[in-house]
Design a binder for this molecule. Structure first.
Ligand SMILES: [Fe+2]
Ligand SMILES: [Fe+2]
Length: 170
């Protein structure tokens, strides 16, 4: 299996100084191989969530370091949720929404020292299935949803374009 090319790179000294410990970790590198919401990887998704959460937290004078670390690790569950188009889809989706923050936290705490705010960000990010307890956790949870909507729309746009291309090629 060849490594996916990562096109997203954040050029921000303050962000990178905090993010580097996680981004350069071998275990975290596995996130590059797992697609998420779209053709992008969960690595790229998490990088976007961490970066935009950091921008908001920094401007609001909140704990931006925890937003970066919690944002990067919020989906560190290391498996691909396969959506089966069956009657079990809703049940499976709810189960995934409830369980993956706990798995992400277990994985993250194995490899990194997390403070209570970072734990709260990871465990609570799937509101309403989880409950963010800090302002930083709310920021990450809302940014996560905002980014996910963009990724799903992008995915839908690409699959419509693909089916049109196929239809016109006939
Ligand atoms: Fe998530
Ligand atoms: Fe996410």
């Amino acid at each position: 299996m060849h490594e996916r090319k990562i096109i997203l790179k954040i050029i921000d000294y303050r962000f990178n100084k905090i993010a580097n410990e996680i981004l350069s970790h071998d275990e975290y590198d596995k996130m590059k191989m797992i697609t998420h919401h779209s053709d992008n990887s969960v690595y790229e998704h998490s990088l976007m969530v961490a970066y935009y959460s950091y921008l908001i937290a920094y401007k609001s004078n909140l704990d931006w370091k925890s937003c970066i670390r919690g944002g990067l690790l919020h989906d560190f569950h290391l498996y691909k949720f396969e959506k089966k188009h069956s009657i079990a889809l809703i049940k499976d989706s709810v189960k995934h929404a409830i369980n993956h923050p706990k798995i992400a936290y277990e994985n993250a705490s194995k490899h990194f020292d997390l403070n209570s705010k970072e734990k709260d960000i990871i465990v609570g990010h799937m509101f309403p299935f989880g409950l963010p307890k800090s302002r930083e956790a709310w920021i990450v949870s809302l940014v996560d949803k905002y980014i996910a909507i963009f990724e799903y729309c992008d995915n839908a746009k690409k699959s419509i374009a693909r089916s049109w291309k196929k239809a016109f090629a006939k």
